[in-house]
Design a protein. Structure first.
Length: 474
């Protein structure tokens, strides 16, 4: 095998572009392995795991490209360079047309927009967001790794103008019927969601959709909004906005575990609203996401269904390893699994945490780190149960089962005693095909659940040594 590793100093490319380039080059017949990524510590570890020797002076601002093949790599190297060096040609619009706007404020001045969606490296988002607020726009910040003090300053500036900042790290929103970020294709309806959690909002959206109830608006406020420092600034604004919307009959508040004083503040604000509010907070003694969804349906006077599943007999026993793309789904699984009597040795990892996404695409887009973790879990004789979430929707991996199903099948082939459980969060209208994804994961050997809480309970029961011989449901 021939290895080729090159470093481009100071050549930044976004993580999604690099992931797509890597996949295209890795698919060439003359290439066995390929990766293009910024030289962050996490990416360097992935390069090293693949067996590539990265120069020690390559840093986070440097682009590292690595190729491996049986013969000369000249053609692959040239193809990679062309992909990396492609630039969209500026569209001049023809004679007499104005050039494209170069600032958020300039773009806002050309139309009647009410929301700016920003996705730039987190440390550089602040001036763009302030520019949007000054132009009278609400702001959705998809970026993560935004300094906390900047988040507070942006939300205070928004409140002073009667606007809302969604995020930072707002992965999911539905505004004016349009899904933004990692949104699911759910039917419109009377429920509004305020979410300090992207995947938590998606779980509630998808369960409501499975029950035949639609969602009108989802306002993602960012995972830190209910922290002691941010103190629910955007959540309070979002509650007021949905309460004023005559189309919203019920509000669901979804969050990662909030700071207790902030949770009390939000509950008190909810009591003062005219619109009823249901809470989905992963706290001991509180409803999990599935339970909160059921409570919302009952509040609306609608039946609660049996949530879809594709269960199958699984071997019991051994430690539980949770490999998650969704932070709230991970927190919920940890709480639910910990409450199952006899459970032991649980370890849950949120691969969507900021620590894993610096210089990398989110695991809902790029499965590389989770696939490696799945292989590690299968190689660990102490691990008896693996629990994963798969989140569908716009913006996510267009076919997650294409890479995950073979990896699950390989893990099962290597370890027939390994139990595999998948929490599949998706709606029937999602572009990936909910039924097709579920069938592929089930065929690969996994028990598949629409409810993340039910998947976690099932996995924890297996880890506790109880048989997983549930009958199959479509």
């Amino acid at each position: 095998m021939t290895d080729l590793v090159q470093v481009r100093r100071g050549a930044y490319r976004d993580s999604v572009t690099l992931m797509r380039v890597s996949r295209r080059i890795a698919g060439r017949p003359d290439v066995a392995d390929a990766m293009a990524a910024m030289g962050t510590p996490l990416n360097r570890a992935v390069f090293e795991r693949m067996g590539f020797a990265v120069p020690p002076d390559a840093g986070p601002a440097d682009l590292v490209v690595a190729l491996r093949g049986d013969g000369p790599l000249d053609d692959a190297r040239h193809a990679l360079a062309e992909l990396l060096d492609e630039r969209a040609q500026a569209h001049d619009g023809g004679f007499g047309e104005a050039p494209p706007p170069r600032t958020v404020a300039a773009a806002a001045a050309r139309g009647d927009a009410s929301l700016a969606l920003l996705s730039v490296p987190g440390p550089h988002v602040f001036p763009e967001a302030m520019d949007a607020l000054a132009a009278g726009l609400n702001v959705m910040i998809f970026s993560d790794n935004v300094p906390l003090e900047q988040e507070i300053a942006l939300k205070d500036a928004a409140a002073a103008r009667g606007l809302i900042v969604l995020g930072p790290d707002c992965g999911t929103a539905v505004v004016g019927g349009a899904g933004l970020g990692f949104a699911n294709a759910v039917r419109p309806g009377p429920v509004g969601i305020v979410a300090a959690s992207g995947t938590g909002a998606q779980q509630v959206m998808c369960l409501l959709d499975a029950a035949g109830t639609g969602v009108g608006t989802v306002l993602g406020v960012g995972g830190r909004d209910l922290s002691p420092q941010v103190s629910g600034r955007s959540t309070l604004s979002a509650l007021a906005a949905l309460d004023a919307d005559p189309a919203t009959e019920l509000i669901v508040v979804v969050a990662k575990p909030p700071a207790p004083p902030v949770a009390a503040l939000i509950r008190e604000a909810a009591r003062r609203l005219d619109t009823p509010v249901v809470f989905a907070l992963p706290l001991p003694g509180a409803d999990d996401l599935t339970g909160a969804t059921a409570a919302a349906l009952r509040r609306l006077g609608r039946p609660v269904p049996r949530w879809p599943r594709r269960a199958r007999p699984q071997p019991p026993g051994g430690a539980l390893r949770g490999l998650f793309a969704g932070g709230t789904l991970c927190a919920e699984a940890e709480l639910v699994a910990g409450a199952v009597p006899g459970g032991h040795g649980h370890r849950m990892t949120d691969f969507g945490d900021d620590a894993y996404t610096r210089g990398r695409a989110h695991p809902m887009i790029d499965p590389t780190l989770r696939l490696a973790a799945l292989a590690d879990a299968a190689a660990d004789p102490g691990c008896g149960v693996v629990l994963l979430d798969v989140v569908l929707g716009y913006g996510a991996d267009p076919d997650p089962a294409a890479s995950l199903a073979p990896a699950l099948a390989a893990a099962r082939a290597a370890r027939p005693d390994l139990a595999l459980v998948v929490s599949l969060c998706g709606a029937a209208g999602d572009p990936q095909g909910l039924d097709r994804q579920g069938a592929a994961l089930h065929e690969a050997g996994a028990a598949v659940f629409a409810s993340n809480a039910e998947a976690a309970r099932y996995a924890a029961a297996l880890a506790a040594g109880r048989s997983g011989d549930e009958g199959e449901d479509g």
